[in-house]
Ligand binder design. Sequence first.
Ligand code: NAD
Ligand code: 6OD
Length: 493
Amino acid sequence: MTGRAPAGPPRLRNFVDGEFVDGGSAFTKVSPVTGEPVFEVDEASRSTVDDAVAAARAALRGPWGRMGERERAEVLRRVADELERRFDDLVTAEVADTGKSIAQARTLDIPRGAANFRAFAEIVATAPTESFTTVTPTGGRALNYAVRKPVGVVAVIVPWNLPLLLLTWKVAPALACGNAVIVKPSEETPASATVLAEVMAAAGVPAGVFNLVHGFGPDSAGEFLTRHPGVDAITFTGESATGGAIMRAAADGVKAVSFELGGKNAGLVFADADLDAAVAGSVRSSFTNGGQVCLCTERIYVQRPVFEEFTARLAKRAGELAYGWPTDEATATMPLISRQHRAKVLSHYDLARAEGAEVLTGGGAPTFGDARDGGSYVQPTVLTGLGPGARTNREEIFGPVVHVAPFDTEEEAYALANGTEYGLAATVWTRDVGVTHRAGARLDAGIVWVNTWFLRDLRTPFGGVKASGIGREGGVHSLNFYSELTNVCVDLS
Ligand code: NAD
Ligand code: 6OD
């Protein structure tokens, strides 16, 4: 990475107006696998953020601001090509930051980075805009048509769990629509975003169109950005409470916000389901990425005739998930992102026990007898025995943990699934076509998967209801957030 100094842990720098810039105090990013320092990261000061905003505004007045959709689509394709060329560097960066398995980084995180750019190149080049012919008061005709324009300078603030995937999911449509962006990755995952800045430069994205500022939230780069008068819109993925803080900051400038927030996602397993598929799918939906996916299932409700069998099989599979170093192809677990997050998840394991849960597997932290004991691992955990009012069943834990409980009727299943303040995703396992369609209509969730999980088509609406988000991104929904429509009305008479 060009952001590096020659000795000690590599240094990652901010990227402003097409260049890596020096300056500011640095913070240390440690490995979730061992706890050892992996990067020194420049924390963007308020003046670095000011510079980034100024560069972005200037870029909108330059050649970038005059490009048409097809030209921008071409730029996006070049970015995708360059991301593919830097595949190995991105895998290394993502694994260093998160400790996720190299197999997952290779098959999910990094390919989705390039796919996001290819998808929005296609979507922006082919998206229609509205047009209406209107009868005028004098009996003549008028033509109304909509013109899509960029919103302006967009702040992109993202979390640490799927760093490149979530960042590019927002940067790609923002650039497709002709905006300039300032991205702030999580302080826990600065590396792949730094490679992305190099990718932007190599792909010929004009200076100032993509800027990167590292740092934290409150009283740091995150807050400087969200309160900045030169920022026109904020797109944010992260915790619901952080969404609230950003909304308050954005209120002063009346900035548009798009929020993808937390979840407490339910899985429903009906008695008629293919149980092999339901067990395998629930292992994926509960434990992928160490349970650190906003779409992960933390509550499973199982129809009583198959409750015992499903629960025993799920707990057995969870207990067998392979620990290993991230670079071992067979590794199926990963550390949590930090010691702080580990303490939070372990406190939830204790809380579950205090609430009366039965721990079917896991419930603590593993020991390895090697450098991983300095990391942030917890055991994949399956719980049962708690009612819907328990905090374990209401609060997002964001770790490899799931609570399993029985239900009797379809009606009861929906009531249980809908019984939290969140509403991001739900997963339903059934062969009944009636249940399939009723579940889609009855579940309080922005995304309902039936007999699958995390199967994505980037043209589809993505987002949450209740405390899980505001707005939808994906396909034309992204275009609608990252652009303004101006209606032009021409009297033809
Ligand atoms: P977080 O809210 O703590 O941080 C997210 C980002 O916001 C980070 O870059 C952080 O530095 C920044 N930030 C924090 N406080 C800020 C402030 N006051 N002003 C501006 N920026 C601020 O979330 P996290 O712990 O990094 O990620 C985990 C959370 O993200 C979970 O709740 C998870 O459900 C959620 N998430 C949601 C989705 C989704 O699509 N709905 C996707 C991934 C993660
Ligand atoms: O797949 C996506 O587009 C997406 N936004 C996934 C979010 C995952 C949450 O951790």
